[in-house]
Design a protein around this ligand. Structure first.
Ligand code: HEM
Length: 338
């Protein structure tokens, strides 16, 4: 037992240096990975689609769930970007982690990032696994160092970091359709006097299977097919931190027990029936920037991995927009109409 309280951060000494090293390392990596053409995201460069959605906060939530945007039953317009995590653009049939990045628009109130405090967006960034790969920034920085290093560096790192290997093994999967995957934040966020993790839980009647043979972009094709026939739905849920020791803030490589604290629905996501696969909309998705720090102070990202993301997402997004001669702007609504 410790004297830690709910939602309490405990930054380890030396973390800032690892964050700086990570930002520089990832910038060097995307320069190497994208010698010509578009300068892409370091993670999640392959987009299956960016789609229009509505995010509707549940009415009559119990008092303990009425925090930040969940205080008022209201519908927000959203852009949701679905992706593969792999740093290179590969066929969808490979085992991988998949991403669901949600950006709500029209959210009033000052936001956390100084340079973007007047923007009206609130982002929720989720992946298809309950656990992040590493426990902290130092371990993540060393993982990137080994991945971009020699065979010996890789063998040494994985040989001495069994849990990283295990988390990767559990998380890298094949899926049939991005609209039929359950997604998790893995990292915690402030929520009143405590913290939460987020999850988006798909609601669907027909279960797709992986096509055989599977085309390189079959995940995009599955989305096109499903959204041409009707809407797609997710429940958006929060899992409250109820114990500061067994549900750590600083280690997103450790899932919080759902038996101890189940996910509770706070909003519905409706992805509209639509066509989304135009060159214009794909470019729009390429040029969007998601970060957990596009956020109201009430939903402040917590823990070392989120502290690193404050710096790294800004460095990488700024750099790729400069290189691509693209404006770095937050959307205010469904600007792109097919
Ligand atoms: C220190 C840890 C992490 C680092 C260094 C990192 C790095 C990055 C970078 C550089 C980007 C691209 C940003 C941009 O250019 O706009 C990105 C995107 C993304 N990251 Fe992370 N990430 C980390 C942790 C996480 C975690 C914990 C999650 C779990 C939800 C996550 C999910 C995603 C997703 C889904 C995207 C794509 C967002 C989009 O669609 O634009 N990352 N990450």
């Amino acid at each position: 037992m410790t004297n830690r309280t709910l939602a309490q951060e405990t930054p380890p000494p030396g973390e800032a240096a690892f964050i700086q090293d990570l930002a520089e390392r990832l910038k060097a990596k995307i320069i190497r990975d994208n010698p010509t053409g578009i300068m892409r995201r370091d993670a999640h460069p392959k987009m299956h689609g960016v789609v229009k959605a509505e995010f509707t906060v549940e009415p009559n939530l119990p008092a303990e769930l009425q925090v930040g945007i969940f205080r008022e039953a209201k519908t927000y317009q959203a852009w949701i970007r679905f992706s593969n995590q792999d740093g290179s653009i590969n066929p969808d049939s490979g085992r991988d982690i998949r991403g669901m990045a949600i950006k709500l628009m029209g959210v009033p109130g000052e936001k956390l990032l100084d340079a973007q405090k007047h923007e009206q967006t609130q982002d929720f960034i989720l992946i298809s696994t309950k656990v992040f790969v590493t426990k902290n920034v130092e371990e993540f920085d060393n993982l990137i160092k080994s991945i971009t290093g020699s065979l010996f560096a890789k063998l040494w790192f994985f040989g001495t970091h069994w849990r990283v290997l295990w988390n990767l093994f559990k998380s890298m999967k094949r899926f049939a359709n991005p609209l039929q995957i359950r997604y998790f934040s893995t990292t915690p966020y402030l929520f009143g006097a405590t913290a939460v993790k987020y999850s988006a839980i798909p609601q669907f009647a027909t279960v797709d299977s992986i096509p055989s043979p599977a085309g390189d972009n079959y995940l995009r094709e599955a989305m096109i097919r499903q959204l041409s026939a009707g809407d797609a739905h997710f429940d958006f849920a929060v899992q409250l931190q109820t114990d500061a020791d067994s549900m750590p803030i600083e280690d997103p490589g450790h899932a919080w027990s759902e038996a101890a604290s189940p996910f509770r629905k706070v909003a519905s996501i409706r992805i509209l029936q639509q066509t989304f696969d135009s060159a214009q909309q794909n470019t729009f998705g390429e040029n969007l920037s998601y970060t957990p720090w596009h956020s109201l102070p009430e939903h402040r990202p917590l823990g070392g991995i989120n502290r690193a993301r404050k710096v790294v997402y800004d460095v990488i997004s700024t750099f790729r927009h400069e290189k691509n001669h693209a404006a770095r702007v937050e959307p205010t609504g469904w600007e792109i109409q097919e």
